[in-house]
Ligand binder design. Structure first.
Ligand SMILES: [Zn+2]
Length: 266
């Protein structure tokens, strides 16, 4: 797979960790990172999300970071202070230097920033989040609270279990079509008796449906199951799986993140 799809690339940060960054967010001057196993404690992120969020906030020299108790729903929470934000799968803020943290093992995390305004957001969307329409919920919350126009948003879908590997049952197919409409059938690939779901394509479809420009949706085109060496995978590791993290904040990265050396990973 191409690691540069959508401007996503792996770099080695100043503290020696291998992290993913999106060119679109770097250009916009939004501090952000997608962690990997290299330099990030994936077991801690599973066991103690607060400690992992604090570590991520510190790594970007932020004032703090807020995190969600992710429940595979479509609830979006607005935050203005660090720490536990409650049960939900979407989080938004316009507070300077406040990190928004998501954790995952296979499900897409999506980082969102307003090109024109101040707001940033993050959401976690597996098949339940797609069926529940969390992408649209987050975008309408940004519009309502911060006056954000969807056409001015950049949305970056972090690495997740890809359609190469993410097999689902008939129940998931039915639930996604119920939530998203019959058109969503094309987001599934049928191979013999088996069904595979393209979660990132589903989120892309929902973002564009909510008014985000096609050219403003980017995707970290690495599969967490193919690249289990880099990312924890619940499908492959079950309850033992750790979590990788993603963080975004309304803050200029110190010195410009794009000046760091790229790490080739193909
Ligand atoms: Zn794969």
């Amino acid at each position: 797979m191409c690691s540069d799809a959508g401007g996503f690339h792996l770099t080695v940060s100043s503290d020696g960790a291998t992290v993913g960054r999106f060119d679109a967010l770097v250009e916009l001057g939004r501090s952000h990172a997608v962690t990997t196993r290299r330099g990030f404690d994936v077991a801690l992120a599973q066991a103690d999300p607060g400690a992992a969020a604090d570590a991520l906030g510190r790594s970007l020299t932020l004032g703090g970071a807020a995190w969600l108790n992710q429940v595979h729903g479509a609830r979006v929470i607005e935050v203005h202070s660090p720490g536990a934000a409650g049960d939900g799968d979407g989080i938004v803020t316009d507070t300077e230097a406040m990190g928004l943290v998501g954790r995952s093992a296979d499900c897409p995390l999506v980082l969102v920033a307003d090109k024109a305004g101040e707001a940033v957001g993050m959401f976690h969307a597996g098949w339940r989040g797609c069926a529940g329409g969390i992408a649209g919920e987050l975008i309408s919350r940004l519009a309502r609270r911060f006056g954000t126009d969807a056409s001015g948003l950049v949305a970056c879908i972090c690495p997740s279990a890809g359609p190469c590997c993410y097999e689902v049952g008939r129940d998931v197919y039915e639930a996604v079509l119920t939530g998203m409409g019959a058109e969503a059938a094309r987001l599934f690939d049928r191979r013999g008796e088996r069904l595979y779901f393209d979660m990132a394509a589903a989120i892309r479809y929902q973002l564009i449906g909510a008014g985000v420009g096609e050219e403003n949706v980017h995707q970290g085109d690495l599969c967490t199951m193919c690249r289990n060496d880099l990312f924890p995978s619940y499908r492959l590791e079950g309850e033992r799986a750790g979590r990788f993290g993603a963080i975004i904040a309304k803050k200029q990265p110190p010195g410009g993140q794009n000046q760091q050396a790229r790490e080739g990973n193909n």
